[in-house]
Design a protein around this ligand. Structure first.
Ligand SMILES: Nc1ncnc2c1ncn2[C@@H]1O[C@H](COP(=O)(O)OP(=O)(O)OP(=O)(O)O)[C@@H](O)[C@H]1O
Ligand SMILES: [Mg+2]
Length: 343
């Protein structure tokens, strides 16, 4: 998408906040005078029984961003999203959507926010189109005279127009997910919040939902999309926020997440012990040795310098390369690894 590029927008949890996104392309709601589509401060939820599911979260979602809200199962994503939308009350903290305070100004702002959280209750015996018809009719702000146009446009946007007459119960999981997204698109929106829209989908379905989200974003709509898998949303996100046991452990552009991956230098050599000695003497730390290679944290050192010192010390260098951890590695490092949910 063309807005909120990495070069122009950075919203970070560590204090380095730069500008937000570009102004709305079509001039909608510019009067809000706020470059953040979602902003929370100290957002906290303690459930009865004492569990703190969300703990002091400060989300900053620039307008025009596709914000990947990531974290493992139980890390507090859905609870946060429910608080954003006013579905549950925070124990503490503040929420602002499109520059308006929630829940105080919810009547004014929620019409501009589409959401998919736990999916709307669809009727299994009714067709996709009829189901959207029921939801549309329940929206008091929607003009009944234009319902059909609106519904078909939403179905078309998610690629369900051809299956509009099929009963909901005969829909595949992917089609059900698309219908849920269509429901969030019945009205023109400035912000769309999707809680795990790719949950349970096969790789093809996941790709389709990704393309759908990209299309929504290309229309200038800010998207907040949660997932427990970075790989599922990484390609479409301009920004990410990473949750771990109720806390936001990273927030910023995807470029900043990548930049966090400290570069390592990897030397291929037949003289591993000597190479280790030289690297250690140069201050390269966190050394790891394999049968034919040694690697370590490069830090501020120039790889050329390291190469020269190795050669000068008589170490045969068969290859020298720089390696950066993958985004997935970084994600695991941030969120912890393991099968058990943490609480
Ligand atoms: N209504 C509730 N009452 C008590 N605890 C709750 C309630 N809803 C959620 N929790 C707890 O809050 C924590 C966060 O749950 P939440 O659903 O927000 O996580 P999540 O990140 O959305 O997980 P998932 O990826 O599995 O959807 C969990 O430990 C969960 O058990
Ligand atoms: Mg959830």
């Amino acid at each position: 998408m063309s807005t909120a590029g990495e070069a122009t927008a950075a919203a970070t949890s560590d204090g380095a906040t730069s500008d937000g996104a570009d102004p709305d392309r079509d001039g909608r709601h510019q009067d809000a005078g706020d470059d953040l589509a979602v902003a929370t401060r100290d957002l906290t939820k303690r459930f009865p029984g004492g569990q703190v599911a969300v703990d002091g979260v400060g989300l900053l979602v620039p307008r025009g961003a596709v914000y990947g809200f990531l974290g493992p199962n139980g890390s507090g994503k859905t609870t946060t999203i429910r608080m954003l939308l006013g579905l549950i009350h925070p124990t503490r903290g503040e929420v602002s959507l499109l520059g308006m305070a929630m829940p105080r100004e919810s009547a004014g702002v929620l019409a501009r926010v589409g959401s998919l959280v736990e999916g709307p209750a669809f009727h299994p015996q009714l067709s996709g189109r009829a189901n959207l018809g029921r939801l549309d009719a329940a929206d008091r702000t929607a003009d009944p005279a234009t319902a059909r146009t609106r519904i078909d446009a939403a179905l078309d946007q998610v690629g369900l127009l051809g299956a509009a007459r099929k009963r909901y119960r005969a829909y595949s999981l992917g089609m059900k997910q698309r219908l849920a997204i269509a429901a969030s698109l019945l009205q023109p929106r400035d912000l769309i919040v999707l809680d795990e829209p790719t949950n349970g989908l096969d790789p093809q379905g996941t790709r389709e939902v990704r393309a759908l989200i990209r299309g929504i974003a290309d229309d200038g709509v800010t998207v907040l999309v949660s997932s427990h898998l970075l790989a599922e949303v990484e390609q479409i996100c301009s920004h990410v926020g990473v949750m771990r046991t109720g806390s936001l452990v990273f927030q910023g552009t995807i470029g900043r997440l990548r930049a966090r991956g400290a570069a390592r230098v990897r030397v291929r050599t037949s003289a591993v012990p000597q190479a280790q000695t030289v690297l250690a003497s140069l201050g390269v730390c966190d050394l790891e040795a394999g049968p034919q290679e040694v690697s370590g944290q490069l830090g501020e050192r120039e790889p050329e310098h390291i190469c020269r010192e190795l050669v000068l010390a008589g170490v045969p260098v068969a290859g020298l390369e720089m390696v950066r951890p993958s985004l997935e590695d970084l994600f695991v490092e941030l969120t912890g690894e393991g099968f058990d949910v943490e609480r």
